[in-house]
Design a protein around this ligand. Structure first.
Ligand code: ADP
Ligand code: TRP
Length: 334
């Protein structure tokens, strides 16, 4: 299904990723990238500046996210791994796309609408704190996608609309000039995408502060796992596994056999909350141990990563240049 397809993954560097980000986005992106020979993976740092203005924070989050992908196995020899802001053609393409982007698309884009809704709840003016970067974000995202002749964009549900906007803009341009100037991309929504609950039972999210950290020391990961909400039922009481939050989190990381073992132990009243938390801790540590060492290495030797990102940009740039040329030739009748 993915062979011969160009797959592009963009990731916004905002905040330190937790286990949910890893299982729901980072791991699947790396795995999917291996299924095609044309995988682009970039850090969307232009997107990040809409919300974050502190250069030290931006530098740190970019470093963290780049090192996390490498630590968990993204192969920069196989995937074109680069930083959005290293490709000057992207904002140029964006400018041309603006001329074909109905303003109504932006009004309806849900990242913008969510910001307006938040203002209304807080009884602030609709536009409060909303900059043009956020408002026009879907057009920049369209340029990210269309620049590389992308076929598939793996995304969570929240991003499907943005990919459809990219497709509509490309379709409008192709229709206007009567030929295929831009490849029409498609969102690839992972079926049964994992949503990992946090330690309080709500969706694990940076904004709720209910995450299980990924790459901290054992003791910190243990502390988070041992704070997962439980009730006062004694071990002997048979429990429906689905009523146990630790089990819900475990399911997203353990093998089917391990999951089955925990379910059986809970149902039979043979596993207490201490046991299941230790099982989860073991599973998390097994998943992250090796990556954590690599991560610490890359963070301490970021010059190497910088080199990889520059090599990636050198591979990405000619493709974006070719797209920009096709666009300019068509638009200006050159
Ligand atoms: P957060 O809610 O922690 O701020 P983001 O909205 O930045 O996370 O999401 C980054 C990526 O991680 C997205 O692809 C999103 O689908 C995925 N993701 C976020 N939280 C979870 C979760 N609890 N379970 C699975 N995937 C998640
Ligand atoms: N908007 C995406 C997010 O918030 C990040 C992103 C930017 C992206 N450009 C992209 C994702 C292009 C896929 C393709 O997560």
């Amino acid at each position: 299904m993915f062979e011969g397809k160009t797959i592009l993954t963009g990731v916004k560097p905002t905040g330190t990723p937790h286990l949910g980000n890893y299982l729901g986005a980072i791991k699947p992106a790396i795995e999917l990238g291996r299924l095609t020979d044309r995988h682009y993976m970039f850090v969307a740092d232009y997107h990040a500046i809409n919300a974050e203005k502190d250069p030290a924070v931006l530098r740190q989050t970019l470093r963290e996210i780049a090192c996390i992908y490498l630590a968990f196995g993204l192969d920069p020899e196989h995937s074109v791994f680069y930083r959005q802001s290293d490709i000057a053609e992207i904002p140029e393409i964006t400018t041309i796309l603006y001329a074909y982007t109905p303003k109504g698309f932006m009004n309806k884009a849900h990242a913008y609408k969510a910001a307006v809704d938040k203002n209304r709840v807080a009884q602030k003016p609709d536009d409060d704190g909303i900059n043009m970067g956020l408002y026009t974000y879907p057009t920049l995202m369209a340029a990210d996608i269309l620049a590389y002749d992308t076929d598939l964009v793996p995304v969570g549900k929240d991003q499907v609309q943005h990919v459809e906007i990219a497709r509509d803009i490309a379709g409008a341009i192709n229709a206007h000039y009567g030929r295929e100037i831009l490849r029409l991309p498609q969102a690839y929504l992972r079926e049964n995408a994992t949503v990992v609950p946090g330690i309080d039972g709500r969706k694990m999210s940076k904004s709720y502060g209910n995450g299980i950290p990924l790459l901290e020391d054992d003791a910190i990961i243990k502390k988070a796992i041992f704070s997962i909400k439980t009730d006062s039922r004694p071990m002997e009481e048979p429990k429906n596994p689905d009523s146990v939050l630790v089990y819900e989190i475990y399911k997203s990381i353990a093998t089917p056999e391990q999951t089955q073992e925990m379910a059986a132990g809970l149902s039979a009243g043979k596993l207490g909350y201490g046991h299941v938390k230790n099982m989860l801790l073991d599973a998390v540590l097994a998943e992250v141990r090796e990556a954590r060492e690599k991560y610490n290495y890359y963070m301490a030797h970021f010059a190497e990563v910088e080199g990889m990102l520059e090599d990636g940009a050198a591979k990405a740039r000619p493709v974006a240049q070719a797209t920009l040329k096709r666009l300019k030739d068509a638009v200006f009748g050159r």
